[in-house]
Ligand binder design. Structure first.
Ligand SMILES: [Zn+2]
Length: 271
């Protein structure tokens, strides 16, 4: 396989792709795009693994999203077989999402925290990186602060095993620094092609600590805004990262692929 682009976070396992998944995969293959497709509960994690068995440019992250399935709690038993699969390279997406909380805020935060902690411990046990989802309430950085405080408490005991990537990073330069300090990478989606809020973070983070993603089917980049997103469009994200950093496109493209292989421990002979 000749990987030219790595979309480290997509949901090609979701039903949004049921009609034309084969065509989406063909477009990816032709352009040399690989992806990590991400589960948000036990069913979608299983679907992601099934998909990865069919396509050699797909890897998988398994776990429970903080918000997407509120009926489910993270039960390590549900994931114990899946995590042994050679294509499973991360745990998540997990974390804290305060953006959409309604009703009893404290109770909901507690519920999310418990699921998050179980997944941190699961990731440490199986020596996998975390795929973090972290979304603060409007106008604040609250969820980042809480995620960092939880991670830091684990970092003190398990510094060698605790690792991961902050998906869809929308924090400040200062918050970015705190994640980088504990070795976590940051991945940027299509949002950076139309919002300037993250320009400084993209430009100032060390090049070996950033990753490209789409979060497809959501958040399509320019010039596809408003359409369903797909991993192929990660090209636009890579182009924008190079532009913001004022670095040669080819160097950035290659570096982002090698970062993804390193962070998710994907052997480069496979890639
Ligand atoms: Zn996602």
């Amino acid at each position: 396989m000749n990987i030219k682009f790595f979309d480290v976070h997509s949901h090609v396992n979701f039903s949004y792709f049921d009609e034309d998944r084969e065509a989406v995969m063909t477009r990816m293959k032709e352009a040399g795009v690989a992806t990590i497709t991400v589960g948000v509960d036990s069913a979608s994690s299983k679907q992601a693994v099934t998909l990865a068995e069919q396509y050699d440019n797909i890897w998988v992250s398994i776990g429970l999203h903080p918000m997407d399935n509120q009926k489910e709690s993270f039960d390590p038993q549900d994931y114990a077989d899946l995590v042994q699969h050679p294509k499973v390279v991360a745990i998540g997406e997990c974390g804290l999402d305060y953006f959409r909380i309604k009703g009893d805020t404290e109770k909901e935060k507690k519920r999310q925290e418990q699921n998050f902690i179980k997944q941190i411990e699961f990731a440490i046990e199986y020596d996998k990186p975390l795929m973090l989802h972290c979304r603060p309430s409007r106008g604040t950085l609250d969820a980042y602060e809480d995620v960092l405080s939880i991670l830091n408490s684990y970092f003190k005991i398990h510094a060698s095993k605790l690792r991961g990537n902050v998906h869809f990073f929308v924090g400040s330069v200062a918050v970015a620094r705190l994640f980088l300090d504990i070795g976590f990478t940051l991945s940027f989606p299509g949002v950076i092609t139309f919002a300037s809020d993250y320009d400084k973070v993209v430009a100032s983070a060390p090049i070996d600590m950033i990753l490209s993603e789409t979060d497809a089917p959501f958040a399509a980049p320019v010039p596809y805004r408003g359409k369903r997103n797909e991993p192929l469009y990660v090209k636009e994200v890579v182009r924008r990262i190079a532009q913001l950093r004022k670095e040669p496109y080819e160097n950035v493209r290659e570096q982002l692929v090698s970062n993804a292989l390193r962070v998710f421990n994907i052997p480069s002979d496979v890639a």
